[in-house]
Design a protein around this ligand. Structure first.
Ligand code: ADP
Ligand code: MG
Length: 695
């Protein structure tokens, strides 16, 4: 199959719909997709029938309502197209009802208290704005997932609501600028995915990687980050074959991905798709993560999506590239070429600046997880302090606007909104700042804090919501203004004055920035239990309710679920470390100690006066380590057996962070030292060197 035919060949996309649906049905469905109009049952029935025929032609035997519960991964419930009829025959059945709504047992998915036990049912509702597709002989129908009472139990529903909020408010602004033709403003997202690829055989020898996704211990290899010219040489063909396969799988599903090498860390790679609507981008990213893992398996690799698989080696993130676009194809964050366009651009730009400054806490929350805590704040990823990079040029333009001063980009120029055009803003400066959590990159923002293993739904939902809220405020003010131009100017200037503290173009990894950020009054929220409680702040609940993204109950449920998940992750790590310690590490230290002792005895049998201080020193240190590790393992057992029950979830999360995780770090120090001492053939795990080099 040629590349062009292959791309999207398994997707019930616009082309297929146009070809196969009756004109009227196509038009009605298209209106729903493009303009968010609601869909009637008649149309749904025709679509369902056509979809079924198409899917069966492509070899599908089942269909599934595919949804995104709060676990962060996707879930599916498969049903066969076949329905038995009289006489022992079966017919292929799939109607509008089956397409539009599915019933599902919600009791096995986290709900954070939203689902009372007597109300175990949940339902899935078709999301016609994300195309159905075929995978594994199954027709996948993207759906939202709600409780019977109508609460969102998933990540898609709030995302769709936030896109709607942004659409509502951005359109009001565009109307003021005279764009009456715009029917819809769409949040666009392009998530860049980082991941590690390691040998599957070695992966299987480490319970920590298998159970927790990361190594819970492991001494630094003699060579780390700075690797690794020959590494690429030796494994190139195997990795290249994997990448080709990933690309093909994704292309068939309509995901326009391009995998490539990434030299930041050994064995680390990156995959960047072409951006799509925030909703489709989120669905596609879920598919991407799944395809990466499955394809890795087939090629004898394990794909690690954890944010920090190896200590001391760069972790993996997921850059949420975000912008807003009109249905007429205009990117609202593209600096314009006329004075009017510039005024509009600046208004949207300062809206984002204000949104980020006002809601640093929510952005940090949207990137908070036990895994990602290892990354944020380590000197490799955007820190746990939110700030924005605009670049020197754009920053200077804003500052000169604020001070009503001339801006001099080579020639003298009076910056005046709506009168003069902006100087060209360089799109890709060579000194691109890679340390900023929220960077303007020419015509979009790049939110870099999101972790590799996370759904991008939360991050995109938060960005859409906070920007929509500021746009609402701006629109209220501008609609009431007598003179639009001066009102816009006033808003831009005021916003810069009040929110410029969030702009920081320097090195976010520098220790001095933490000091400076504190002086500026910016929040630093190092860990998940620091960040998550902020979603319960009244300002945030009011925001979510105002923008109709989450109800108060839904906010509380997110709080519960985020912290519950945090506790579970760390509990699993604690148990895993304990098991590895008791069954593998302690026996290895004992074996090696015995080897030393036996060797020393044998030596002494030959030579009475031999100096055994080297053996003795080693044996002593190993015995100390053994004692320490074994005592800590017992302590861990105690901690995991006395987790406070019936307390507020935050208290439990703090227990896991301060006690369990704290102890794990202490154990790690001793285990890592033991690893450097114990004979390699006795140490029961592949070490960092094995995992990261020898493939
Ligand atoms: P760079 O690699 O220089 O950061 P790219 O052009 O490769 O820039 O884009 C990186 C990611 O940003 C890609 O996934 C791309 O699709 C996405 N992207 C580009 N433009 C937009 C936009 N307007 N909205 C959302 N994402 C975008
Ligand atoms: Mg990028």
């Amino acid at each position: 199959m040629g590349l062009q035919e292959m791309f999207g060949s398994m997707v019930f996309n616009d082309d297929v719909m146009r070809q196969r649906l009756p004109k009227e049905t196509y038009r009605a469905l298209h209106r729903t997709i493009a303009e968010g109009k609601s869909l009637n049952m008649e149309v749904a029935s025709v679509v369902a029938n056509t979809m079924k025929d198409w899917a069966i032609e492509k070899g599908a035997t089942h269909y599934t309502h595919w949804f995104q519960p709060m676990t962060g991964i996707t879930a599916e419930k498969h049903d066969s197209f076949l329905s038995p009829v009289e006489g022992g025959r079966a017919i292929m059945e799939f109607g509008g009802k089956e397409l539009v709504k599915g019933e599902s047992d919600a009791s096995s998915f986290p709900s954070g208290g939203l689902r009372a036990t007597f109300e175990a049912r949940g339902y899935t509702a078709w999301d016609p704005t994300s195309y159905a597709f075929i995978k594994d002989h199954t027709l996948y129908i993207p759906t939202a997932f709600c409780s019977w009472g109508g609460h969102a139990l998933d990540k898609k529903t709030p995302l769709l609501r936030s896109m709607e909020a942004l659409n509502r408010q951005a359109k009001r602004i565009l109307k003021l600028f005279g764009h009456m033709d715009v029917k819809r403003v769409i949040a666009t997202v392009g998530p860049e995915q980082e991941y590690f690829l390691i040998d599957r055989e070695l992966y299987r020898q480490r319970k920590d990687l298998m159970y927790t996704g990361r190594t819970l211990f492991g001494a630094r290899p003699p060579k780390g980050q700075e690797l690794d010219d020959h590494y690429y040489g030796s494994i190139k063909t195997r990795v290249a074959a994997f990448m080709r396969d990933v690309d093909e799988e994704l292309w068939k599903l309509g995901v326009s991905a391009k995998t490539e090498h990434n030299e930041a860390a050994p064995c680390q790679h990156e995959l960047a798709p072409i951006f799509a609507t925030a909703n489709i981008a989120c669905d596609h990213n879920q598919l991407t993560m799944e395809v990466l893992k499955r394809t890795a398996h087939r090629h004898g690799f394990a794909c690690l999506l954890h944010e920090k698989p190896f200590e001391g080696i760069n972790g993996s993130g997921k850059h949420d590239n975000w912008s807003m676009s009109t249905d007429t194809g205009v990117n609202l964050l593209e600096p314009g070429e006329t004075p009017a366009e510039n005024a509009q651009f600046l208004l949207f730009l300062v809206a984002v600046i204000k949104a980020v400054d006002l809601h640093q806490d929510l952005l940090r929350y949207s990137a908070a997880s036990a895994g990602n805590d290892h990354r944020l704040g380590a000197n490799e990823a955007p820190p746990a302090i939110m700030s924005m990079f605009l670049g020197d040029e754009l920053t200077e333009i804003l500052m000169s606007l604020e001070q009503h001063k001339a801006y001099v980009p080579g020639e003298k120029m009076q910056m005046n909104i709506g009168v003069k055009t902006l100087p060209p803003i360089p799109k890709d400066t060579t000194d691109r700042n890679r340390t900023s959590p929220f960077a303007f990159t020419g015509n979009k923002f790049e939110f870099r804090s999101v972790g590799a293993n996370m759904s991008i739904a939360a991050a995109s939902t938060i960005i859409n919501t906070i920007v929509a809220d500021v746009l609402q405020e701006f629109a209220d003010e501008l609609e009431a203004a007598a003179d639009l131009r001066s009102a816009v100017e006033q808003i831009v200037v005021d916003t810069i004055t009040n929110h410029k503290r969030i702009i920081f173009n320097g090195n976010n990894y520098a220790a001095a920035w933490r000091e400076e950020a504190k002086k500026r009054g910016l929040l630093e929220l190092p860990t998940t239990p620091d960040a998550v409680p902020h979603i319960l702040d009244e300002k945030n609940i009011a925001l979510f309710e105002r923008q109709k993204v989450y109800s108060r109950e839904e906010v509380y449920s997110r709080y519960e679920m985020a912290l519950e998940n945090y506790c579970k992750k760390i509990a699993i790590e604690g148990h895993t470390l304990m098991e590895m310690t008791d069954k593998q590490i302690i026996p290895a230290i004992i074996t090696y100690s015995r080897n030393i002792a036996a060797a020393a005895n044998e030596k002494r049998a030959f030579l009475k006066d031999i100096d055994l201080s080297c053996e003795e020193k080693r044996l002593r240190r190993l015995t100390e380590l053994l004692g320490g590790i074994s005592a800590m393992s017992e302590e861990m057992d105690g901690l995991l057996n006395t987790v406070p029950q019936d307390v507020e979830i935050l208290e439990k999360a703090l227990y896991f962070r301060d006690r369990v995780f704290g102890l794990m770090q202490k154990m790690r120090t001793l285990i890592d030292e033991a690893e450097t001492m114990v004979e390699k053939s006795v140490w029961p795990f592949p070490d960092y060197g094995d995992l990261l080099i020898t493939k």
